[in-house]
Design a protein around this ligand. Structure first.
Ligand SMILES: Nc1ncnc2c1ncn2[C@@H]1O[C@H](COP(=O)(O)OP(=O)(O)O)[C@@H](O)[C@H]1O
Ligand SMILES: [Mg+2]
Length: 362
């Protein structure tokens, strides 16, 4: 069994404009990743959703299909609206399994970075990290590790919430690697954010501190404009992550405030014993690093769905002297709990609405 990395993306694109099965049709391709295509889909009853369809060649491995359908649902055990819930699953007519998720409005951090020329202001990066750590804290408390925190798995909604995508799905990546070891460098997707113990492929050493390393690596990338480890091929990058410590943020980005350097450098410590011990601990440090920037998130956070969407024109946070972004406001503003509570109620409504129509006609 061989994965065909070249064929899958093309097949993924060919699904657009066609029915996926008797219930769902595909309107638009959102993104193609290493394991799946993500689309905007429409149910025959008119509902729209994001559909994540496993690539044909991955779907051909029974163990990987089973894992895909089983592991993705761990996201629903995390009681935080920042963990994107899985609403349903199904089978395409051609046999590929897929997941149904809320169709989010906004863009992934990787898209955002590409669009704005590689980096965002550190205030905003800290805001995103603050929100992501809230979600990880909840996940870790439930014994769930993410294992694949990277810009493509962090989604920034138009109203300022950071959503963590693909909980559980890192196991698919691990599964592909172990079923087809020679392809590991090609198929595992983005390697630049893995902790050294993950890069070395020693799963028994992976723990919450591996996720915190990845948060640090994403922040480094978002602030500096390039990853901690860079080489000409994915395999070389992976090898560099195994043996070379990440450079200090102070060296990579001279002039960055010391409090910010300390938070990121400690997350990126090569030896996991030198890292932050928990998501909560790192979040507290980020909060005080943020406070040391002297930026003041407003007391208010945007109200209700759609609110604040107009602030994306022009992009609110592209310069250091801009007002605090929505991400900072939600992460560090007084209205944090209220904003998270409102988002929680909203996502529950989406889940309930989908739950009704989604299953009964399968
Ligand atoms: N529920 C969703 N709503 C909107 N866009 C989504 C949703 N889920 C995923 N995406 C988009 O699809 C991309 C993920 O593609 P994916 O196949 O997971 O690739 P990767 O391996 O790079 O994470 C995300 O970066 C995001 O932009
Ligand atoms: Mg992903």
């Amino acid at each position: 069994m061989e994965l065909d990395a070249a064929i899958d993306p093309q097949k993924a694109a060919e699904r657009v404009g066609r029915p996926l099965n008797g219930h769902w049709s595909i309107d638009r391709l959102i993104d193609v990743g290493a394991t799946a295509g993500v689309y905007e889909g429409r149910h025959r009853d008119g509902r729209r959703a994001a559909l994540k369809v496993l690539h044909t060649s991955v779907a051909a491995v029974p163990e990987l299909r089973r894992r895909f359908l089983r592991e993705a649902y761990v996201a629903n055990k995390i009681d935080h609206p920042g963990a994107l819930a899985i609403l349903d699953d199904g089978l395409a007519t051609d046999g590929a399994p897929f997941l149904v998720m809320e169709l989010l409005e906004g863009e992934s951090l990787s898209r955002r970075l590409a669009k704005v020329g590689g980096k965002i202001p550190y205030g905003e990066a800290l805001g995103i990290a603050g929100q992501v750590l809230d979600v990880l804290d909840m996940a870790h408390a439930n014994g769930i590790l993410h294992r694949d925190i990277k810009p493509g798995n962090l989604f920034l909604t138009t109203v300022g919430h950071a959503k963590v995508l693909d909980f559980g799905l890192a196991r698919i990546r691990d599964g592909i690697v172990s079923s087809i070891p020679t392809l590991s460098g090609i198929v595992i997707g983005t390697v630049g954010y893995l902790a050294p113990e993950q890069a070395r492929g020693t799963p028994e050493e992976v723990d919450v501190r591996s996720d915190l390393f990845s948060v640090g690596a994403v922040m480094f990338r978002a602030m500096v404009g390039r990853p901690t480890h860079e080489a000409s091929t994915q395999l070389e990058t992976l090898m560099a992550s195994m043996k070379d410590p990440a450079p200090s943020l102070a060296v990579a980005l001279p002039g960055v405030p010391e409090a910010v350097v300390n938070v990121i450098d400690r997350a990126l410590a090569f030896d996991k014993r030198d890292r932050w011990r928990s998501a909560r601990e790192m979040q507290v440090a980020i909060r005080s690093a943020y406070a040391s920037l002297g930026r003041r998130p407003s007391m208010h956070v945007p109200m209700g769905p759609g609110a604040g969407a107009d602030t994306t024109e022009p992009p609110p946070t592209l310069r250091e002297d801009d007002a605090a972004s929505l991400f900072e406001q939600i992460a560090f503003g007084e209205g944090h709990d209220e904003a998270v509570g409102r988002e929680r109620r909203r996502t529950r409504e989406v889940l309930d609405a989908m739950g009704k129509g989604g299953r009964e006609d399968e």
